[in-house]
Design a protein around this ligand. Structure first.
Ligand code: SF4
Length: 347
């Protein structure tokens, strides 16, 4: 039995076995891994891909993570906050395009209190009852997560970034702790959110051993959705001169995750297209079943009828549709709740 057989059988491997899969130059073993991932996605998802819209509704953040351009010390970044009408307008536009999951993402901006978020969530759920709302607001208290869940949030995205405490400490200032993130993830799960988590791939100081630990931590957390982030060097950050994520490693991780978690949603990040022009499609071919695209805010009075961002979103969707179709995948209009919650799904 080789490592791919072992992964299919046990849904988990030892650190050494993960390393073997991540490092192998054996084309037969590599092909077998990707074929196993394709088989899982074909069997369980019938090659259907869910589309989700991501809206960055504020870029204010008091934190200073070394890899992130939203960090408070990045004084070159032009800061913004969207108001209710802009957020609702973006959701309306997305809905018209067939998007049934809105991912509302921000830095840890204290301006958006539980009360503001609660009112926003109730309004969105009233206007779009058939849509799922996923929040990505960072670390908050269990009480805060609870209030937002009761107001209608369905899912929460919080990456642990890296499972290795030393690596974590090299990517974050001392005020941030891996254990706090894990506590938050456990709180989210207990409350009943669909849990979406993952780690950064290709971050500075990363070692293959750390990736093996990331996979093991994911196994323990047993998420409903997995969102890996490809590392990209960003202006205004400590790591602006570092190399971006290696695409092959990223795709191999997606394939490993699909075999480990056949029923989970796995996201093809829009950032992948900055690593390779077909990055998102390649992630789907490796086992991802969720495509995220950036939502756009409707034009303000006096702006052109279609903004540049709206035109590029339409072009992007057209290109994704035709690329997926040529590989016999189908992009569907569906909120795409995780199969991990459905009891009658074979796996
Ligand atoms: S990673 Fe999140 S918490 Fe850290 S600086 Fe960026 S937005 Fe803020």
């Amino acid at each position: 039995m080789d490592v791919v057989d072992a992964l299919m059988k046990n849904s988990a491997l030892t650190d050494d076995q993960y390393l073997e899969l991540l490092r192998t130059n054996d084309p037969t073993l590599r092909s077998k891994l990707f074929a196993a991932a394709q088989e899982a996605i074909t069997y369980l998802f019938h090659r259907k891909v869910y589309l989700q819209g991501v809206l960055d509704f504020t870029n204010h953040c008091p934190r200073n993570c070394f890899y992130c351009d939203l960090r408070a010390e990045n004084s070159d970044l032009k800061r913004f906050r969207l108001n209710w009408e802009q957020i609702r307008g973006a959701c309306r536009e997305a809905f018209k395009l067939g998007i049934r999951t809105f991912v509302l993402q921000s830095g840890e901006d204290q301006y958006y209190t539980d009360m503001i978020m609660g009112n926003l969530l109730s309004t969105l759920k009233q206007e779009f009852p058939e849509c799922a709302v996923e929040l990505a607001l960072g670390e908050r208290t269990k009480g805060s997560y609870n209030r937002m869940f009761k107001s209608g949030a369905d899912r929460y995205l919080l990456r642990f970034e890296t499972a290795d405490p030393l690596h974590f400490s090299r990517l974050h200032p001392p005020s941030f702790a891996l254990s706090t993130k894990i506590d938050c993830l456990n709180d989210l799960k207990t409350i009943g959110y669909e849990l979406d988590t993952g780690f950064i791939v290709g971050a500075p100081y990363e070692m293959p051993e750390y990736l093996a630990r990331d996979l093991t931590l994911l196994q323990e957390l047993s998420p409903d959705c997995i969102s890996l982030a490809p590392f990209l060097p960003r202006e205004g950050t400590t790591f602006r001169h570092q190399m971006p994520c290696n695409l092959e490693t990223f795709l191999r991780l997606i394939a490993i995750l699909r075999v480990m978690f056949p029923k989970a949603n796995i996201v093809a990040s829009p950032l992948l297209d900055k690593v390779h022009v077909q990055g998102q499609v390649m992630a789907v071919l490796s086992g991802a079943n969720v495509l995220r695209v950036t939502m756009t805010v409707p034009p303000m009075p006096g702006e052109p009828r279609r903004t540049y961002a709206q035109r590029s979103l339409l072009r992007k969707l057209q290109s994704l549709y035709s690329s997926l179709q040529s590989h016999e995948y189908e992009m569907v209009v569906d909120r795409g709740d995780s199969l991990t919650r459905k009891k009658n799904v074979l796996a």
